[in-house]
Design a protein around this ligand. Structure first.
Ligand SMILES: [Zn+2]
Length: 484
């Protein structure tokens, strides 16, 4: 927790690698994990005299993302050269949309638990090319360079400095990642670098209007790390200010192992990039018609899906939020709810509970994604139906679920193999009740003397004797009848 007199000011820059089949200015493949320098040509290797041709698939993806974040897609955008020397940038410049980006003035709405809805501005989305990769590991006396990634299309999504806590930053990133995944624009994988985030962090006394000096944080490969880095950095700033020092604007690298940030380069070393218009690429003109065609072909996005879930399934805001965080999870939930509705009574709330609490609980513990779930949606739906039709109690269902998670078997088979079917035969239950009452004469006396709270004890004993299989409602009513 940071000193409560201060507040954080956070802006995020996210680099999203677009999942196009070929690179942004040439026909080379973008497939991940191929042998070094097997996917290169004179264009992406930076040979002089070659001509880049803009990949329209990348343009479509940037437009889709722009519409999804409620941004304005510019009718004309332009490319520039950003000049700097880097060993994995053979051309000596990066092609990027500097002055006129493809998208401007967007926003994302966050739903914070504590403060309700909050709108975060998105300044711009611009397209640019990725650089290659220097290889140092296992190479003595030099470095190698792999240019397979050079020319891969990136979108840089730049937010306004509107976030005030690491939790907001985390939520913003989750939302943005969900959007690019829903759109099929990127796999959003932070560990593999297809969704990279830089954070600009500063602090100021609450109520102050002027921003403090900011530092840029890099090298964070998970949302959790972004949040930790922001908290560390804000605390560092406050410590410096409180001890009479001042913050130096700089770029810092996050070291997740040491749990701290270190300076990378100072402002005095900042490059003068000497941007100038890319002479080989004409301005990109987009007709209103093209933008409208793309808008009308967009899939249902997280926000809309969430609203629909609340409306159609009467789910809580929270459940709808969790379930629409990923398209796969949302689809899974709908398949469970559908199975329950087809077999018995529609009960989307039960379906939501089983998915968010039980299933996600174990998946998180095992470090698995919903796509890796060993439980088919239809089986989870069937399990809920077995509770509905009194074949098993809710308690036994948890036991069945554990086996279902382990084996993926049909829950009906699990119930019959393990003999877990609920006892609804009242004479069989009566028999157990008689035994329990006979064995606990003292408690029976106390109950009859007015200590009616003991009913819970008797129910527990009967359930124990039947290994949880007795129908709890029946047990309760038979007990009351015998005791009364
Ligand atoms: Zn190429």
């Amino acid at each position: 927790m940071i000193d409560s007199r201060y507040e954080m000011v956070i802006g995020l820059e996210v680099h999203v690698q677009m999942q196009t089949r070929s690179k942004i200015f040439c026909g080379c493949s973008t497939q991940f994990g191929q042998g070094a320098n097997t996917q290169i040509c004179p264009v992406c290797s930076g040979f002089p005299g070659v001509l880049p041709v803009l990949n329209q698939e990348a343009v479509q993806m940037a437009i889709k993302t722009g519409i999804a974040i409620h941004g304005q897609v510019r009718p004309v955008s332009e490319f520039s050269r950003k000049n700097y020397f880097y060993p994995d940038l053979p051309a000596g410049y990066q092609i990027t949309q500097f002055e006129l980006p493809i998208v401007e003035h967007g926003h994302l709405d966050l739903h914070t638990e504590s403060r309700g809805a909050k709108r975060i501005g998105i300044t711009r989305i611009h397209m640019e090319v990725d650089a290659g990769k220097s290889l140092h590991e296992g190479i003595v006396g030099g470095s190698w360079v792999d240019l397979n990634r050079t020319g891969t299309p990136l979108m840089e999504i730049v937010s306004e400095p509107d976030m005030r806590s690491s939790a907001e930053a985390g939520e913003y990133l989750k939302k943005l990642r969900a959007i690019v995944r829903y759109l099929g624009v990127s796999d959003g994988n932070m560990e593999q670098g297809s969704f990279r985030c830089d954070a600009n962090v500063s602090v100021r006394l609450k109520g102050a209007e002027k921003f403090g000096t900011r530092c840029e944080l890099k090298n964070m490969n998970s949302i959790r790390n972004v949040m930790r880095a922001i908290e560390y950095e804000a605390e560092r700033h406050i410590d410096v200010i409180e001890s009479g020092g001042h913050i130096v604007q700089q770029t810092r690298l996050w070291d997740a192992n040491a749990n701290l940030s270190r300076p990378m380069r100072g402002k005095e070393e900042a490059h003068d990039y000497r941007y100038f218009p890319e002479p080989d690429l004409p301005p990109l003109h987009l007709t209103e018609e093209r933008i409208e065609t793309i808008a009308s072909s967009m899939p249902e996005l997280p926000e809309t899906k969430k609203e629909r879930f609340i409306e159609e399934y009467a789910l809580s805001d929270y459940d709808a939020e969790v379930l629409t965080n990923s398209l796969e999870l949302a689809d899974y939930f709908e398949a469970v709810a559908r199975t329950v509705a087809e077999k018995g009574q529609a009960d989307p709330k039960a379906a939501a509970n089983w998915v968010t609490v039980e299933l996600l609980g174990v998946l998180n513990k095992e470090g698995l994604e919903i796509t890796q779930s060993p439980v088919p949606a239809a089986h989870l739906g069937k399990l809920i139906y077995l509770i509905q039709n009194n074949t098993i109690s809710g308690k036994i269902a948890k036991q069945v679920f554990a086996t279902l998670f382990e084996t993926g078997k049909d829950p009906e088979i699990i119930v019959s193999e393990k003999g877990l079917k609920q006892v609804t035969d009242s004479s069989a239950i009566e028999e157990e009740v008689e035994k329990v009452l006979a064995a606990n004469a003292k408690e029976v006396e106390l109950y009859r003397g007015g200590k009616t709270k003991l009913i819970g004890f008797f129910v527990g004993q009967v359930m124990k004797a039947t290994r949880g299989k007795a129908n709890p409602g029946l047990v309760n009513s038979i007990l009351r009848q015998k005791l009364g």
